[in-house]
Write a protein of this length. Structure first.
Length: 79
């Protein structure tokens, strides 16, 4: 991964953390798995919680959002 990719990935993680209320460190741990780009987030207090992380197909087949949960994803890295 180039420095440009790392910088862009950091910005994406920071934005996802801000949008979901989940710590950046927790998101980075999940991203260490291969092919993780999609997340299922449960709204909770004081912080939201990422319930599952994986590919879009894995997450949408197992989890279904309601008023207290939703899907989110990281954009693809630029080439």
């Amino acid at each position: 991964m180039t420095e440009r990719h790392r910088s862009y990935a950091k910005k994406c993680i920071k934005g996802l953390a801000r949008d979901t209320g989940v710590d950046e460190i927790e998101i980075e741990k999940m991203l260490s798995r291969e092919n993780v780009t999609y997340f299922f987030v449960e709204k909770a207090q004081p912080k939201n919680k990422i319930v599952a992380a994986g590919t879009r197909e894995e997450i949408t087949s197992k989890y279904h959002p309601d008023g207290n949960s939703y899907y989110t994803h990281l954009p693809p890295l630029p080439l």
